[in-house]
Write a protein that binds this ligand. Structure first.
Ligand code: ATP
Ligand code: MG
Length: 335
């Protein structure tokens, strides 16, 4: 059966980077089919809704979506579309690889290859229990960690490690201080880790982890952690290897998975062919891993690396004089 992917072209630079990404995927002979669906501003203009039912149905049916950045209109009581999609499909795992690439003006142009697996539905981000006292002097935040939530994210991290051939998972926590929440996460994580004797497991307190990531990032492989720590650590890791233009992410649940670039719609450069398509392309590589095509994912990453190494048609953010599509063509010629 042919696997169909829901494709959301998105807003701002979204359509440009999606055209570029699909151009490369089409050169790869993947046997995939692509079904376009609207979301964001483009959907609001066409259907009067940010996420039309037809888009929800498409994602539910295909279970895999490749998504460009979306604009959530400000004011008018709109909730972030990305948050909405995460809620509706219970996309509990946020997976963000950070890998060194050559010629990217980053601090670590080689040696780093870390995947952060962040719990995406609970912890400090439950959106309940936030209170400020009437006099404005005291604020309270409730965190919630469940055994089920912890177990499924840690299991996801170990399964991912196995699937893509990683050797180590680091459990990041603050159980010495946040004894209840982080304590439950750590205890649950240890029990899951025991089921994976083939994968090395270590534990690290989040502050120590930050220091070690900055000093010796090459010693990390897969990191699994709770929502707030994962939010911070995944940006830290993206910063180590060159920032937004190269940072992909996936939001994964049991019924659906959405692959994307971490960056936004970049309205300042939209429609000018200046956008770097690599983040979305790397999101597509994650998608290929997810679909059980790790050798295709590896060849896509290798083509991106070779193109960066050759400095062939790179976009202006990488100091090149190419454009979005010429960069994509240079990558497509190497897959
Ligand atoms: P949004 O409101 O959708 O988040 P934004 O303006 O915050 O949009 P970001 O995507 O977060 O845009 O980008 C921040 C900066 O990084 C912008 O100056 C943008 O031009 C640049 N940038 C983001 N993505 C890319 C890309 N793929 N290629 C080149 N530059 C990019
Ligand atoms: Mg932004």
């Amino acid at each position: 059966m042919t696997q169909t992917i829901t494709v959301i072209r998105g807003d701002g630079i979204g359509p440009e980077i999606m055209d570029a990404t699909l151009h490369v995927l089409e050169a790869m002979d993947l046997g995939l089919q692509y079904e376009e669906a609207d979301a964001g501003l483009a959907a609001l203009e066409k259907h009067g809704e940010l996420i039309p039912q037809s888009t929800m149905d498409s994602i539910r049916r295909n279970r895999v979506a490749l998504k460009s950045p979306l604009t959530t209109p400000v004011g008018e009581g709109f909730r972030s579309i990305n948050v909405e999609l995460r809620k509706r499909f219970d996309l509990y795992a946020n997976v963000r690889p950070a890998k060194s690439f050559p010629n990217t003006r980053s601090r670590f142009p080689s040696g780093v290859d870390v995947i952060t697996v962040r719990e995406n539905t609970e912890g400090a981000y439950i959106g309940e229990g936030q209170e400020v006292s009437a006099d404005g002097e005291t604020a309270v935040l409730t965190q919630k960690v469940t055994r089920r939530g912890s177990e499924r994210i840690v299991r996801y991290a170990f399964e991912l490690a196995r699937k893509v051939g990683r050797r180590k998972v680091t459990i990041v926590h603050k159980a010495n201080i946040l004894k209840s929440t982080s304590g439950l996460f750590l205890k649950t994580a240890r029990a899951v880790a025991a089921e994976y004797p083939d994968i090395e497991c270590d534990e690290m307190i989040v502050d120590a982890c930050c220091m070690k990531l900055v000093m010796q990032p090459e010693t990390f492989d897969v990191i699994v952690t709770t929502n707030l720590f994962g939010d911070i650590l995944s940006d830290l890791c993206a910063g180590l290897v060159g920032g937004l233009g190269l940072a992909p992410g996936a939001n994964i649940g049991s019924d659906a998975a959405i692959f994307e670039a971490v960056h936004g719609t970049a309205p300042d450069i939209a429609g000018q062919g200046k956008a770097n398509p690599c983040a979305l392309l790397l999101g597509a590589a994650q998608m290929l891993d997810h679909l059980g095509m790790p050798e295709k994912a590896a060849s896509l990453r290798a083509a991106i690396i070779a193109t960066l190494e050759a400095q062939d048609s790179l976009t202006p953010d990488l100091g090149g004089s190419g454009n979005t599509m010429s960069f994509a063509k240079a990558i497509a010629s190497r897959v």
